[in-house]
Every structure is written in structure tokens, then in C-alpha cells.
Write a new protein. Structure first.
Length: 155
């Protein structure tokens, strides 16, 4: 664990990734909370006025763009990890990314309780990176198993 933290401190790309990921999540939570509070404040249960629809539509476009941005960030960073061909860096990324996702999920949960907004809408942005990271984990396991099986069949 100490080695993992030391590697994190020494890895500028990993620190930058965590900071950017957290900032995007923070901005996403802000806009999702704004959208939820707008709906609660204006009691939007019936028909929407044009200006209300446009406001909610613009907030939805922003949150959708942030979702795409965080997916792109995750994929670009994973590609850079794969190109390095360093299993240690890949393992460290997976561990730190899962830890980051847990922390951000907890923060989303606290915000949802404090501001009485939907937790699912706040945590939605974290599902895609979780899925991508899980697929990357499966890729690494398959790669390791393939190498072990291939080496054993060669001997």
C-alpha cells in the first residue's frame, strides 16, 4: 500500500487524471443539483412553459457533455496506460480509480441527503467509468491468464 501511494505521488499523469476526474464530477453534481432544485422549486409536475423547458434542456445538455467528457478522459488515460505496457501502472490505476469512484460515490450520496435530491442522478456519471474500468480489469486478467497458459503450453 505504501508503494502504491508513493507511485501515486510520483505519477503526474495519474494525479492530473484524478484531479480532472474529480473536477468534472464536481461540476456535474452542481448542474444535476441545480436541475433537481429547479424542478422542486417550480413544482414542475404539469406542463412546462417554454422558458422552463429551455432552461432544463440546457442543463441536461451540459450534464450530458460532462458525461461524455469523463468517459473520454477515462478512455484516453486507459489507452496511455495500455501503451506503456506496464502492468504495475495498470494495477495501480485500477486500484486508485476504484478508490476514487468509491469516494466520489460517497460524496454524491452525502450531497443527495443534504440537498434532498436523487442520488442516482448524481452518481450516474460514475457508472460509465466504473464499467470501462471493470472491462479494463477483465482485459488485464485475460491477458495475464493468456500469458500463463501460453507459457505453460510452450514448456
Amino acid at each position: 500500500m505504501k508503494q502504491l501511494m508513493q507511485d501515486f505521488k510520483n505519477s503526474k499523469p495519474l494525479k492530473l487524471y484524478c484531479i480532472l476526474f474529480s473536477l468534472i464530477h464536481l461540476v456535474y453534481v452542481y448542474f444535476e443539483v441545480s436541475k433537481s432544485l429547479y424542478i422542486q422549486t417550480h413544482s414542475l409536475e404539469g406542463a412546462l412553459e417554454k422558458y422552463q423547458f429551455e432552461h432544463l434542456s440546457s442543463l441536461s445538455k451540459i450534464t450530458y457533455s460532462l458525461e461524455l467528457l469523463i468517459i473520454l478522459l477515462c478512455i484516453v488515460f486507459l489507452i496511455s496506460v495500455v501503451r506503456k505496457k506496464d502492468n504495475t501502472a495498470a494495477k495501480h490505476f485500477i486500484l486508485l480509480h476504484f478508490a476514487l469512484l468509491i469516494v466520489l460515490t460517497f460524496i454524491s450520496y452525502l450531497v443527495s441527503i443534504l440537498l434532498e435530491v436523487s442520488f442516482l442522478s448524481l452518481a450516474l456519471i460514475l457508472y460509465y467509468p466504473l464499467g470501462i474500468t471493470f472491462l479494463f480489469l477483465l482485459y488485464l486478467v485475460a491477458k495475464i491468464l493468456y500469458k500463463k497458459i501460453f507459457r505453460n503450453s510452450m514448456n
